[in-house]
Design a protein around this ligand. Structure first.
Ligand code: SF4
Ligand code: SF4
Length: 81
């Protein structure tokens, strides 16, 4: 995404965050992992929660939209809102 300002590519927090209190991966949910076209999300098997394993998001949004509990939050860069 070369058109994005460097302040975005240099940020320190991941663009996708998981509210672990809401995530039900420990009950077998893998929806966000399954819908991400880039395989950026994964389930931490020791915690039983989803997390972002690679920070290369396309901001296509199905992970946030399809999560059954609303646990996924995609932090859209200002220029894409
Ligand atoms: S879709 Fe939501 S509840 Fe399911 S694993 Fe992902 S974050 Fe957790
Ligand atoms: S917004 Fe798209 S690319 Fe980014 S984590 Fe969600 S599904 Fe994957």
């Amino acid at each position: 995404m070369s058109y994005l300002p460097r302040t975005i590519s240099n940020r320190t927090s991941a663009p996708v965050t998981i509210d672990e209190a809401r995530c039900i991966a420990d009950k077998g949910c893998t929806v966000c992992v399954d819908v991400c076209p880039l395989d950026l999300l994964a389930i931490d098997l020791t915690k039983g929660k989803a997390y972002m394993q690679f920070d290369e998001c396309w901001y296509c949004m199905p992970c946030e939209k399809d999560c059954p509990t609303g646990a996924v939050k995609v932090d859209l860069p200002y220029l894409l809102r």
